[in-house]
Design a protein around this ligand. Sequence first.
Ligand SMILES: Nc1ncnc2c1ncn2[C@@H]1O[C@H](COP(=O)(O)OP(=O)(O)O)[C@@H](O)[C@H]1O
Ligand SMILES: [Mg+2]
Length: 341
Amino acid sequence: MESKKTLAQSETEKPDKGNASVIVDAAGIKKYYTMGNSFAGKRNKTLKAVNGVSLRVHEGEIFGVVGESGCGKSTLGRALLRLFPLTEGRLLFEGKDLSSLGRRELKPYRPRMQMVFQNPYSSFDQRQRLGDALAEAGKVCGLSRENTDARIKELMEVIRLPDEMLERRPQELSGGQLQRLAFARALLPAPRFIVADEPVSALDVSVQAQILNLIIDLKKQMKLTMLFISHEMTVVEHICDTIGVMYLGEIVETAPAGELFSHPAHPYTQALLSSIPKTHPDEEKERIVLSGELPSAIDLPKGCAFAGRCRYATAVCREKKPEAVKISPGHHAACHLYQAG
Ligand SMILES: Nc1ncnc2c1ncn2[C@@H]1O[C@H](COP(=O)(O)OP(=O)(O)O)[C@@H](O)[C@H]1O
Ligand SMILES: [Mg+2]
């Protein structure tokens, strides 16, 4: 047995989270999909969408998950909300083990774990007035009509939209306005945890900033705890406390946001950061070009998932999967460059 600490174990030493309680504690989460069918003698293939992710989200923390399209971010977000059965792993929500609960047993937890999606137009019923959509969401979460109405009024102030917007239907609002209402709907039952899956990716850049500012406000006002998913490094930089970089179903590096940007350890993180345009013409920046495309999550290589595109890869990388090791407090990377011995 190796003496190196796994990510899940070493996270308990985190010095920078104070006494903030852990809201989501995930260890070794896997979600596999079986592809094709065994009909005509063909062997089923396994797509490893999420392949052993461990992370902790503390109260009041925004945990960013960033990585290329198809790396498993949405599947991870949904897994943490237990929207489907897990292939493997342990998921604690506020200390309760949700890993193997059935649909009925999960029901009481649903209002406390909410989701906001990328496209606000497809997450609302086009025919429904927005006031009715919010009222319905309150009802589903078991709130009384009076409580729902009071809460909607309160939230309209928080998201800074006039009450008359509630009379309108989705297509009568801009993308930014509708995404604000999507946040209001998610916040209605006062959830303890929100997964926001690329909530600004479908919006214009100017509107993106408004929504990111709203999230920062929400965090300050209500101690919001959130998993914030994005495929863009620049989007996670300013609003996330901690960032997890995902590659082919795994989190290859986790660090406080500032630390990740100033001292990226994993070659994949370094490549992602090098592709961000310079902010100053004199800034020295080497652009690391990633060769090839994100490989398929079917028939993954046995060593490091990034080895095929990594400029530092050696024989050991193709043979053995690297474990997450501690780089500095709260900073971990799964890369053979940092494995002792
Ligand atoms: N329901 C599903 N059935 C089969 N494969 C899926 C399913 N959902 C996602 N996948 C696959 O899992 C991988 C990760 O997908 P996803 O989590 O959507 O990535 P991301 O959000 O990072 O773009 C992709 O290869 C995708 O095709
Ligand atoms: Mg996605």
